[in-house]
Design a binder for this molecule. Sequence first.
Ligand code: MSP
Length: 527
Amino acid sequence: MNKKFYITTPIYYPSGAAHIGHAYCTTLCDVMARYKRMRGYDTYFLTGTDEHGEKIQKNAALANKSPQEYVDEIASNFQKLWKEMYISNDDFIRTTQERHIKVVQDVFSKLLAKGDIYLGKYKGWYCTPCEAFWTDTQVGEDHLCPDCHRPVHTAEEEAYFYKANQYVPMLMDILNNNPKFVTPIERKNEMLNTFIKPGLDDLCVSRTSFNWGIPVKENPKHVVYVWLDALTNYISALGYDSNNDSLFQKYWQDPDTEIVHVIGADISRFHVIYWPMFLNSLGLRQPNRIIVHGLLMMKDGKMSKSKGNVISPYPLIERYGVDAVRYYLVREINFGSDGQFTPEQFVERINNDLANNIGNLLNRTVSMINKYFNGTIPSFESNVLPQDKPFEELINKTIQEYEISLDDIRPTSGFASVMEMLSYANKYIEETTPWVLSKENKVKELQSVMSHLAYAIFVGMILLKPVLVTKSELALSQLGLDYHNLNYEDIHNHNILNGAHVNKGEQLFPRLDSALEVDYIKSLMVK
Ligand code: MSP
């Protein structure tokens, strides 16, 4: 059976330059896409930009640009960043593209024809930064947006409404029968308690007070509400409702495709409540999983341009390399919880995990194999030293834990297990003292230590390949292997390195001078 996997990031608002928070979500998805490809899945990975709405129109005016000029510039900034970060997306959807506009108009028409959308009048509150409508109760006496806590403004206009309430039983069914539809579970409960149980109002799905959006075909003074426009990207990019819908048939409609949307906690309401309803209205299948990650915060709260605490990934990539930035992002923040970016933790993570557990371990191992065996990796033999068995067991357990975690889309814990195993490899050197074995001429024991170390690094590098997109291949080539000739299943082959010749190369992750680097990163965070 051909296993298929479709993974998406949210499409980002090009309302400001891409920052490390966007890079966080995209890297998580990239790592998952790369893992699935490595495991033989037919994988499709989508990202893009969400280019309509009042906020974009206002920002463009402030920048003295037309909205299209404005979004073109920022969308290309996002694309450039993804290239630099080795993001392996198969497509990049922009909501101002014709292929998307047409689908959104057709979707609107279908919902209208079906009677799920009707024309009425909106009177209430609107939060422009969140592009969200709120009721009196929701904004409270202070008139603040319940999501971002910024002031909302009143909005009164003729508008189309989507009859959300009728689909609550359908939604409850999905949520109750699919325990993993929304994870972590706290996010699902939050949706249930805060929005679904108190009763849903019909959702306003068009605006007339500005025009930067997709016109409603039947009534062009209305533009389609930006969230209905944006959510549709997940199917418009696949060619839904177009002349060529083969990707849509393959990656959406086929029940064998696992469909995963990864989103930030800030946008769960739209994905967990309205997206399943829209799909249901269209008679389409549901995604398998909506995975909600936490936000990457700064010491003084959420990253925002106005606070001047936005950190760009570019200077970090330039100074520390793409692998280090990617690794930091997927490992440091406990998946599902909010995390805080601090220069100290960034440097510490690189030093502990990458410099010590990988760079130093590889360097030591290759040097010893050169010194004791003229660069040839000795044959693997099991259980020679008392320390061997526990090490072998740990490697097997690591592979299992890694696969379980990544299959369940919990990348952080999978990579943490690998790093623990590599850290143990350093300990294994201290415990087996190869320099003593050499002095005492215990060749068989020394062979065992070297081959175990090489095998552990080999396994670690394959498992970390989805994150360490450049350095894992280099590490493997220092062990005398060409990544392109390897299969994932080779991780179970203890003999794969027998007789390979190591090539001592550059130190892959040199240790950073903490004080110096912390100061450098702090200087990037100043406005
Ligand atoms: N355009 C909408 C999404 C439409 S999807 C159909 C939007 N865009 S956004 O650019 O404001 O944010 C999108 C996502 O970017 C968030 O849900 C989150 O995944 C990611 N992040 C933006 N800032 C972030 C952090 N500070 N930390 C982690 N992720 C962040 O909402």
